[in-house]
Design a protein around this ligand. Structure first.
Ligand SMILES: Cc1cc2nc3c(=O)[nH]c(=O)nc-3n(C[C@H](O)[C@H](O)[C@H](O)COP(=O)(O)OP(=O)(O)OC[C@H]3O[C@@H](n4cnc5c(N)ncnc54)[C@H](O)[C@@H]3O)c2cc1C
Length: 512
């Protein structure tokens, strides 16, 4: 009599109720398999960090007395898929029952459901005990026939539910729900960004194993240090470091970008959160608690902005994913078909903003939200790149990229490929925004003020051409109508020059 419990690579929460009691009749299975490393090419650090986290959890469970069966990527007995390895374990231990935690990715959910239906054992799916809301919570919040679901309305519900940043009368602290408008300062060199939270991991042996197994990755296996926690103690230390040093300025510089700091005051907690070393409630509570203790050091705008990302955006995005899959993955509402330029895989592009943002992503497996949305994503959107290709790149490159959170952010928020269901406007910009929010334009060979000349910044022609191409769709959108009207009212000669310039840039996209 044995129960086999499967632990997925993004289910590394050692406080899950599964582990509260040691039961010799329960065998925990962790596996490093090619079916998970190969569905897209992944950044080297992502593979290393997930495998390192799995190995650390396996060690901790064994040390606590649990039975663990772990498949390493290069082991001869590893049959490289969940189903094949589970069958091996079932035979080894004489399994009479199979259990797994609710997967977060549609692909894995489908695979495991199909396996469970045919494995011949009674199967139980339990909660991963991570999210604040059920998969269906967001859908339940909105009316079924609503054309779009506004995050803000869901976020307010979550504030009430969690009671975070609420006063005794049940109203939001400070009287407003959202202080986003205060969080848009450019950063000019001060205050200094906090030192990088880091631990001295040596993943050399693991990296050698991954390579020897033939796993195809890209990007640098380690940047300066390896800033991704492998266990809960490290993740808690990373959270403390952010609250202490990053949160005070998080709000002011949330949208800023700079060549001297890849993250400025952002937390870099997304990996620890997404592999469930940290819970969203404890992260958001830590921020709210810091504000309660010291509202001067931790301004409300910074704290609210951070809490909103976790209990608002993160949960909302997940709800959209489960409501819209599998069709969401192939949405292409704007009919974009351009191929992703090959320099996305090398960072070799002359445009400074893209060279920095893509180069940093390839080096560190990280870029912060505005780099993802307003530099890389906006370029793809306005140039007209096929959203499925964009999605595939994002899914591989970022340390925190798991499809449930990556796909709606790319397809919905960034590429507006879902017809505006998730985002009430297309997020895109011309060079003036990049120039205002970063120092990327300094030293760039392109002129951020020019639209159509030989050295005009490509962002400009692409931006205006985007509104010209899609003006019928967006003219009445209150959030972008002004820009669309501005494009529509340009003299015909200027419109023609913009269209011509954008077409030339598209034709020479590899040379930008
Ligand atoms: C095109 C695009 C792709 C993205 N892909 C991913 C992804 O694969 N995985 C991922 O976790 N996030 C993704 N995001 C959201 C966001 O950019 C990252 O969560 C954030 O940059 C991670 O860095 P951080 O931990 O320093 O975040 P911080 O700025 O410090 O924010 C704190 C936390 O809030 C959460 N958060 C913030 N914004 C979002 C959001 N839009 N959706 C969900 N959670 C959010 C994250 O858990 C993050 O760790 C994407 C955003 C865009 C525009």
């Amino acid at each position: 009599m044995a129960t086999v419990r499967l632990i997925l690579g993004d289910q590394l929460n050692p406080t899950h109720r599964w582990f509260r009691q040691v039961d010799p009749a329960v065998v925990y299975v962790l596996m490093e398999v090619r079916s998970e490393t190969d569905y897209v090419p992944h950044h080297a650090q992502k593979v290393i960090a997930i495998f390192a986290g799995m190995r650390r959890l396996a060690e901790q469970l064994r040390a606590a007395g649990h039975r663990v069966r772990a498949f390493r990527i290069g082991h001869a007995d590893n049959r490289q898929s969940f189903a094949a390895n589970l069958r091996t374990v079932f035979t080894e231990v004489g399994a009479t029952r199979f259990e797994y935690q609710e997967p977060d990715e549609w692909r894995v959910d489908q695979d495991l459901a199909a396996f469970a239906a045919n494995c011949g054992l009674p199967t139980t799916v339990v909660s991963s005990e991570h999210f604040l809301d059920a998969r269906t919570g967001v859908a339940a919040h909105f009316q079924k026939d609503a054309k779009r679901w506004l995050m803000e309305s869901y976020y307010r519900k979550m504030r009430v539910r969690t009671q975070l940043l609420m006063d005794a009368a049940g109203t939001p602290l400070g009287g407003e729900w959202n202080y986003d408008a205060e969080n848009r300062k450019p950063w000019k060199g001060t205050p200094p960004p906090p030192a990088v939270w880091d631990v001295s991991h040596d993943h050399g042996a693991l990296w050698a194993e991954i390579q020897a197994a033939g796993v195809k990755t890209f990007g640098e296996p380690s940047a300066a240090g390896f800033p991704w926690p492998c266990d809960r103690a490290e993740a808690l230390a990373q959270l403390d470091a952010f609250i202490e040093r990053g949160l005070p300025n998080f709000g002011d510089y949330e949208d800023a970008m700079h060549t001297t700091s890849d993250r400025l005051f952002h937390s870099r907690l997304s990996f620890a959160l997404n592999v469930k070393l940290l819970s969203p409630l404890e992260v958001a509570t830590a921020a709210a608690e810091a504000h309660r203790r010291d509202p001067v050091r931790y301004p409300l705008a910074a704290t609210e902005g951070f809490v909103r990302q976790i209990i608002g955006w993160r949960e909302y995005i997940r709800g959209v994913y489960w409501a819209k899959m599998p069709g969401y993955a192939t949405a292409n509402g704007l009919g974009h078909t351009l191929s992703l330029p090959s320099w996305f895989w090398t960072g070799k592009v002359k445009m400074n903003c893209l060279r920095h943002s893509i180069g940093q992503s390839l080096q560190t497996a990280y870029a912060h939200h505005i780099q993802r949305l307003m530099v890389i994503g906006s370029f793809c959107l306005t140039a007209g790149v096929d959203p499925a290709e964009v999605e595939r790149w994002y899914l591989g490159v970022y340390i925190d990229a798991f499809q449930w959170v990556e796909l709606p952010n790319v397809i919905g928020m960034s590429q507006h490929a879902d017809g505006g269901f998730l985002a009430s406007k297309p997020y895109c910009c011309a060079a003036s925004y990049v120039s205002k929010m970063s120092n990327y334009c300094g030293g760039c060979p392109y002129d951020p003020k020019d639209r159509t000349g030989p050295l005009a910044c490509p962002l400009n022609a692409f931006y205006w051409d985007f509104w010209l191409r899609h003006q019928d769709r967006f003219l009445n959108n209150p959030r972008v109508g002004m820009a669309v009207r501005q494009a529509a009212q340009m003299p015909p000669a200027e419109q023609a020059a913009i269209r011509k310039k954008a077409a030339e840039l598209r034709a020479n996209i590899e040379e930008l």
